[in-house]
Design a protein around this ligand. Sequence first.
Ligand SMILES: Nc1ncnc2c1ncn2[C@@H]1O[C@H](COP(=O)(O)OP(=O)(O)OP(=O)(O)O)[C@@H](O)[C@H]1O
Length: 254
Amino acid sequence: MIRFDQVTKKLGSRNVLDGVSFEVGEGETFVVVGLSGAGKSVTLKHMIRLMLPDSGTVSIDGEIINDLNRRSLRSVREKFGVLFQSAALLQWMSVRDNVALPLREHTKLEDAEILQRVDEKLELLGLGDAGDKFPSDISGGMQKRAGLARAIIMDPKIVLYDEPTSGLDPVTSRRIDDLIVDMRKKLGITSVVVTHDLHSALAIGSRIMMLHQGRIVENAAPADFIRSKNETVQSFLESQYITKRGRWEEFSHE
Ligand SMILES: Nc1ncnc2c1ncn2[C@@H]1O[C@H](COP(=O)(O)OP(=O)(O)OP(=O)(O)O)[C@@H](O)[C@H]1O
């Protein structure tokens, strides 16, 4: 579904991606972890061609997206919903209007149909009562959920999450984790999640890939990830108090 083949990207004087190859299969919750500056967000940006590789290819559903024309690129991008770090809600619009925005911009649906679809998504994300509120009147966790409602309003096949739990307290973070798992269970959505939070990664990931200095140091199912012999992976795990005999099962939804 998503495939990177020997992707390299230099930004400034750094090789931010240095021959990165991996695949994300349909229905996976693929988690990308790594220290700050490891190239996680840059990897996400390549998936929707917000950035182009210097060499190597990115393919979506078998189609190499490096050289697509604008129209074909648009149809590839329609497969994606994106939840960036800030949730990026427009402050002067109600939650309902924020979520409706993509439908109003990209479809010719009647307003009644739009509002019905929006309310369905708000309900799904536990925001049934928040439609009339403004972003500044709801909590950070609710804002993230509203951002997620907007990311899935066009019924994408794939959702990209950049640090979905950053800035949230642990309880709210686990609630967002549950929602990401729900997206797969209820809607069959493939997810790619960039996070610093290994507890979250272990709880939701079908695979976890760790980037370090532009290269992949591990790409494995959670149970194998915590047993990785790679030293960079082990010190990353230890920094978050997870040991080789880690109690990740406790966090796992599977
Ligand atoms: N547009 C850009 N121009 C120049 N350098 C960039 C650009 N975007 C990212 N970089 C650099 O590329 C490196 C990787 O950035 P990226 O945002 O992918 O890191 P990250 O792993 O997501 O880190 P964080 O966890 O801090 O968000 C960083 O050193 C960053 O400064």
